[in-house]
Ligand binder design. Structure first.
Ligand SMILES: *Cc1c(COP(=O)(O)O)cnc(C)c1O
Length: 378
């Protein structure tokens, strides 16, 4: 059996190595490292894949969120609602810009924003909502878009973990994650579902005005070279990364299917184990399984489970052990710990099993049988 990894980037690379190596060498030979033709080509490939009018590549997923926030023209003190159970980047950029992150709890099945709490959190200073499509499944976008419409708020979808997922509306229509709110953002960090070989990110929008503002902000706020109309940042996807992403994008749907097949295997193996709550698949969103995250029943020691798996050469991770409302940097007198009962339980109960495109049957058998072994003996 091959060594089990949380993410196996080497095996995935080897399958398309000739093509990727050539794409990298072509960029090196042309030396068009910055804003080369590969960046434009990838942008247009991704626009077609997502069915969105504008893709603006940038340096990473955190920058994508920051630039999106900057493009909305918010003022210091404006409030932005987001989840407390997420990766820190989402709240970080809000706070960095002098805006106020307003944290809310999540839904216990989908880990998406809890829409009842979103409604309660809206006040006169609220300007935007940032749903995070955590672990690969969309938040309740239909309700979030409805709330945003009622209160005239922007929606920025953090799609770093859910690129390629489709969202299905009540009326039968569907759209790709990240193309439904005013702006969508994503990351091409190597371990994401569409990863490059370093840092990368992108911003999506169907709005022409926002797109042109985003392009200007990502390029030092300049409209014409050396004329700066806005305060901007320097955030570019480099040509080598774009060339790699162009090779990988045509495989994204197949990568998603491979992840879903792993999830199906885990689901079946754990179906009759009440101590394990497997990921709930919402009928309104395709789950693209950035992570396969289970909830362990109360009374079973999660750390012991993770340690036990380690002794069997099975990596398992805890995403995320500390919610934002409990982080030193994000503590705020407006919150009490008890305001987030679902997240408080999740941080002590969730664990994620290896999830990637190259998992093999014997590895899955080993992982599931050892998880079940531990549960049986505890
Ligand atoms: C990875 C991630 C980001 C940040 O992306 P980087 O490319 O690492 O900056 C933002 N939000 C979420 C939910 C993520 O998972």
């Amino acid at each position: 059996m091959k060594k089990i990894q949380m993410v196996d980037l080497v095996s995935q690379y080897q399958k398309i190595q000739d093509q990727v190596d050539k794409a990298i060498l072509d960029v090196v030979r042309s030396s068009a490292y910055i804003n080369g033709p590969e960046v434009k080509a990838f942008q247009s490939d991704l626009e077609s894949y997502l069915g969105v009018k504008h893709v603006i590549p940038c340096a990473n997923g955190t920058d994508a969120l920051q630039i999106a926030m900057m493009a909305l023209g918010l003022k210091p003190g404006d409030e932005v609602i987001t989840a407390t159970f997420t990766y820190v980047a989402t709240a970080e950029v809000i706070a960095l810009l002098g805006l106020t992150p307003v944290l809310v709890d999540v839904d216990e099945d989908t880990f998406g924003l809890n829409t009842d709490q979103v409604r309660e959190a809206i006040g006169p200073k609220t300007k935007a909502i940032v749903p995070v499509h955590l672990f690969g499944q969309c938040a309740d976008l239909e309700t979030i878009m409805q709330i945003a419409k009622e209160h005239n708020l922007y929606v920025v979808e953090d799609t770093a973990q859910a690129i390629g997922s489709s969202y299905y509306f009540e009326n039968g229509s569907s759209a790709k994650a990240g193309t439904i709110g005013d702006i969508g953002t994503t990351s091409f960090f190597p371990s994401k579902n569409l990863g490059c070989f370093g840092d990368g990110g992108a911003i999506f929008t169907n709005d022409d005005d926002l797109a042109s503002k985003i392009r200007i902000i990502a390029n030092h706020g300049q409209t014409v070279r050396y004329y700066h109309d806005m305060i901007g940042v320097n955030s570019r996807l480099d040509s080598i990364q774009a060339a790699i992403l162009r090779c990988k994008l045509p495989h994204l749907d197949e990568y998603i299917k491979a992840r879903q097949a792993v999830a199906d295997y885990y689901d079946q193996a754990f179906a009759n184990t009440p101590e394990l709550k497997t990921p709930v698949r919402d009928s309104k969103s395709e789950h693209v399984f950035h992570q396969y995250t289970l909830q362990l029943a109360e009374g079973i020691d999660r750390n012991k489970l993770v340690e036990y798996l380690q002794t069997k050469d099975i990596p398992a991770m805890i995403y995320y052990p500390v919610a934002l409302h409990m982080q030193k940097a994000y503590q705020d007198e407006r919150y009490q710990k008890d305001d987030f009962p679902i997240t408080n339980r999740l941080v002590s109960r969730v664990f994620s099993l290896p999830m990637h495109t190259e998992l093999e049957k014997d590895q899955l058998e080993h992982i599931t049988s050892e998880v079940l072994n531990f549960i049986k003996n505890h």
